[in-house]
Structure formats: C-alpha cells, structure tokens
Write a protein that binds this ligand. Structure first.
Ligand code: GDP
Length: 371
C-alpha cells in the first residue's frame, strides 16, 4: 500500500492526530479492517462523496472506500541525521514512505512544552527539513563517490553514459540542498528521475504541512500569525498546507453524530480538517481513483496517474492484469446522469477500452479477462 509518514518535532500533536485518524477510520468503516495495524501504523479511508451515490444507483450491498496508510514517525529531533536520539532509525522509517505529512505546531498552550521554548512554525520546519536534507546530502555524497570510482575504473558504453547522467542530476540536487531547497524542487527528466529513484531521497518525497491549530482558530485560521507565516514558507517551496486541529478531531471521536455537529457548529466549521488532510495527501501523491460498482459492492480503487487499463485491473488482482481483454468504461458523471450501466450503454456512453487506454479520474470500470 501507499504509506504516508507523519513527522514533526516532539509535542506538536503528531500522536494526537495519528490516533484521531485511526479512531475516525474505525468508527466509519464497520465492514472493512481500517484500523491500527501496528501501534504506529494505521490504515485510513479516503473520504469520497461519489461512492455513496454510485452505491445507491447500483443498489450495492457493500461500499468500500480506498485507503492510505499512515505511519506515526516519532522522535525526529535536531541532530537526527548525525544519529542523535534514535536518529538513523527514524530516517530509515521515513525513507520507506511515499509521502510526508509534517505536523507543525500553530497552537499556543502554556501547559504543553515546546522543545525550542516558543511556538515558531517556520523555525520548526527548518529544523526538520535541515535534518532531512543532511540525510540526503550524506546519501548523495556516497553515491557520487561510487560513480567517480567506476568512472576512473575506465567503464565505457551504455553504463558509463547512464552514470554520467545520474551524476549530473545528483549534482544539481546537491546544489539545491545546499541552498536550502528540497530535492523535489529540482526538475528532472524521466531518465534522470529513474536513475535517482533508487536513493529514496527524503526531500524528494511530496510533503504536506499540517498546521495544527487551537479549536478557536479553525473557523478563521488566517487570523493566526503562525498559520500565515507557515503558508508563506510553504508557498515558497511549492508544498501544500492543510489546517487541522488534532485536539478537535480527538474530541469528535468520542461524540455521536448529533453531538459532533453541535460541537463543530459552535466552532463555526463543518469539520476539523482531517478529511482535507487525507484528501490532500492523496492528491499530492499524484493518485487517482477509479470505481467498480454492482449489486455486490461499490468500491474505490487507487492508481497512479498514467496507469493503463490492465495496470488498473492489476490493482484488484494480478490475474485481471495478466488475462486482461478489455474494460467497459464510463465516466463517473455520465454514469450518474444516465443512472447506471445499462442506461449508459443505451445512450452510447459505455466505451470498450483496450490495453493502451489510460484510466481517467472517476472512471467506472468493468473488466473482461481470461482466466
Ligand atoms: P507528538 O509528540 O508530536 O506526538 O505530540 P502529542 O500528540 O503527544 O501532543 C503533545 C501534547 O500536546 C499533548 O499533551 C496533547 O494533548 C497536546 N496537543 C496536541 N494537539 C493539540 C492542540 O491542537 N491544542 C492543544 N492545546 N494541545 C494539543
């Protein structure tokens, strides 16, 4: 599955947010094993209002959302890249993730100690991002060294050419890191990207900042100067910001629907920010959703941008990909407007797509395959 690591300084609200994500998932999905699978790993449903509508049209017995996995990575502190704290272990955990949510403390609370003694999200981000960058620099130096050695060993031909391209890309990334920019800010072509991928650079991963605000700030977060400073910083480096209140989310999980609505109403908001956090993580990862729907179940599936129909089928089962014949496909809006498969077919909106078809966001698909 796709993993998102939750990082941030100690005491910014990571665990509170992680627990809220998991509790919320448990409460929502009685017929699906969304839960904490390890103390610090949880599977969370991606909220999607289209699912209920599809399920209704098809009269499905079951509705299954798609999911992302969250990992609470505690303990990233100043000096982590030098092995301080349990530094290296934490960095290794982040390396395995596909994207990063960095929780940033934007709430003031005298009872909750801040490791640096004051609330300053831009400073906090710099500390974390510096550690991630140092880890990448170490990684790149090692790799460049090795590439240099193979070069002086007199390698020629295709491999030498590839090494040349890789070294060039790594030098550009190095220059970015040294001027305080993440690896993801460096434009790479397809070949370079593929050559560099094996290093699993931490600052190349998509990142979303989660501004953890006090409940009173949820309705008008930009009245909080910390949020404003964070937004500006994020914009400079091309990352997203989501405003969330971990504490509000934690409290919501103990309430029934009516109480929750009342509480949110009193705060002047419709939700505590968890849903937009999940959705925005999904988008930052370049993920798309397609649907399968029928009497048995309606289900959302996650694919990457650019997946062909057989690759998309392979997400359901590898046999679907191997034996792929064609996909009967209709866009979500057409499916809903027509009121189902057969109606869409009568209107000539059901397309027979073959092996080359690139799946689009919201496609409703029925796969035909050989077993
Ligand atoms: P972590 O070290 O980043 O995982 O932080 P925790 O989730 O353990 O939170 C540290 C402390 O901050 C706990 O006492 C939380 O109850 C508190 N906390 C977390 N989020 C908020 C918030 O939005 N507002 C306030 N006032 N306290 C919070």
């Amino acid at each position: 599955g796709l993993k998102t690591g939750i990082v941030g300084l100690p005491n910014v609200g990571k665990s509170t947010m992680f627990n809220a994500l998991c509790e919320n998932a448990k409460a929502q999905a009685a017929n699906f094993p969304f839960c904490t699978i390890e103390p610090n790993v949880g599977i969370v449903a991606v909220p999607d209002s289209r699912l209920a509508l599809l399920s209704n049209i098809s009269g499905s017995l079951k509705t299954v959302p798609t999911s992302v996995e969250f990992v609470d990575i505690a303990g990233l502190v100043k000096g982590a890249s030098k092995g301080e704290g349990l530094g290296n272990q934490f960095l290794a955990n982040i390396r395995e993730c596909d994207s990063i949510v960095q929780v940033v403390r934007c709430f003031e609370d005298g009872d909750v100690i801040h490791v640096a003694g004051k609330v300053d999200p831009v400073d906090d981000i710099d500390v974390i991002n510096f550690e991630l960058a140092l880890a990448d620099i170490t990684q790149i130096e090692k790799r460049l060294d090795r590439l240099k050695k193979t070069k002086s060993a007199g390698k020629v031909g295709e491999e030498a050419k590839r090494n040349e391209v890789e070294a060039g890309a790594l030098q550009r990334i190095m220059a970015a890191l040294e001027s305080n920019k993440p690896a993801r800010s460096v434009a790479l072509n397809e070949e370079e990207e593929e050559l560099v991928r094996g290093l699993y650079l931490l600052t190349a991963k998509p990142m979303v900042y989660a501004a953890n605000v006090a409940e009173d700030d949820l309705a008008a977060p930009d009245a909080n100067k910390h949020v404003v400073a964070l937004r500006q910083k994020a914009e400079e480096e091309g990352s997203g910001v989501v405003v969330v209140s971990a504490q509000v989310e934690a409290e919501l999980n103990g309430l029934d629907a009516e109480e929750a609505a009342e509480y949110l109403g009193a705060l002047g908001v419709e939700e505590g920010g968890l849903k937009s956090l999940i959705r925005s993580t999904y988008q930052q990862l370049g993920l798309l959703t397609y649907f399968t729907t029928g009497e048995k179940e309606t289900r959302a599936w996650t694919i990457r941008e650019g997946f062909t129909a057989p690759q998309a089928a392979g997400v359901i089962h590898t046999d679907f990909e191997k034996g792929f014949i064609r996909a009967e496909t209709v866009g979500y809006a057409d499916f809903v407007a027509a009121g189902g498969y057969s109606a869409a077919k009568e209107k000539g909106q059901l397309r027979l797509e073959g092996k080359e078809y690139v799946v689009k966001e919201g496609d409703v698909m029925l796969f035909r395959f050989n077993v």
